[in-house]
Design a protein around this ligand. Structure first.
Ligand code: SF4
Length: 303
């Protein structure tokens, strides 16, 4: 069988041993060396050039559910969690009884253990399910709904995992705490969430001065939404703007900057791209926020 292996950046160190294991079984193996940003980002060009039978995507849970011309196996990767390190969250959760618990795929097997730990401390633990995620309690950078879908009567949200990408994607008015299970360090991330909101608002205000828009459509299989791009273009044109769709696997600020006429980008690709907005010298608005922008535009009297 012809198999292509794909690893996110942090797991590329495991590629050689995984390839050798499969070769010992008699498989013909190739390694994709393209950058991999998430479970949405499968290496379609390499897969098609090699005419593979199967893709094994390491490190993420199933995301793409549409049928592709080859088999896709998502192989999850789990990290160690030391229950004692959870104590780092307790002082932050004092006085908060109902806690929404979320994590990334790396700690999904330990979610029940974390829940029991919190219950022993007298907490009620709420676990929701995301729209695009494979497991209850699992969040993605683009899908925080495992947190927000059960937060209505909660007192706080606790994210257990590394980094700030996932917890700062949880746009909630509740206190959001992030516990690093390796160090045991816990911190509240609402200030960072608020900064992201303010930056979004700032980009919208800047976009009010723009007349020519580019709608960004990514060909990554989990991001490819041509209907959404066409709808965004239509809405912009109906509002009196000039708009065209730019299509690419990945949006490089320099390449798209070489289209000088476009003054603002409407992003239908990964919604977290807008957080790298300082790399682009023009405002970026996510397609889900386009209606809000058009309302603002009408209210401002510009429309
Ligand atoms: S769309 Fe963005 S946040 Fe969502 S899985 Fe892909 S890279 Fe991650």
């Amino acid at each position: 069988m012809k198999i292509l292996l794909q690893f996110p950046e942090g797991l590329k160190k495991n590629a050689l041993s995984e390839a050798q294991k499969l070769e010992k079984e008699g498989q013909e193996v190739y390694l994709s060396s393209s950058a991999c940003y998430g479970a949405c980002d499968l290496p379609m060009e390499e897969a098609s050039a090699l005419n593979i039978d199967k893709l094994i995507h390491f490190g993420h849970s199933q995301f793409i559910r549409t049928s592709l011309p080859f088999q896709v196996e998502y192989r999850e990767y789990y990290a160690h969690l030391d229950v004692e390190k959870l104590e780092g969250a307790l002082s932050f959760l004092e006085g908060k009884e109902r806690i929404v618990l979320v994590t990334t795929v790396q700690h999904i097997p330990q979610l029940e253990q974390v829940k029991s730990f919190l219950e022993k401390e007298g907490k009620e633990v709420l676990i929701g399910k995301g729209c695009f995620t494979a497991h209850p309690g699992q969040v993605l950078g683009c899908d925080p709904t495992a947190a927000t879908s059960v937060s209505e009567n909660a007192d706080a949200i606790l994210y257990v995992g590394d980094g700030k990408f996932h917890p700062t994607g949880i746009h909630s008015d509740l206190p959001v705490f992030s516990l690093n299970p390796s160090s045991g360090q816990c911190r509240q991330v609402n200030d960072e969430i608020e900064k992201i909101r303010k930056r979004k608002k700032g980009r919208m205000l800047k976009a009010l001065e723009c007349k020519v828009f580019a709608v960004l459509l990514s060909t990554k299989p989990g991001q490819f939404c041509p209907e959404v791009a066409r709808e965004a273009k239509r809405k912009l044109q109906d509002a009196g703007f000039a708009a065209e769709i730019l299509v690419s696997n990945e949006f490089n600020p320099v390449s798209i900057g070489n289209f000088p006429q476009f003054e603002c980008y409407i992003n239908t690709a990964c919604p977290r791209v807008d957080e790298d907005s300082e790399l682009f010298d023009k405002p970026i608005i996510n397609a889900v926020d386009l209606d809000e922008f058009l309302e603002l535009y009408n209210e401002s009297g510009s429309g």
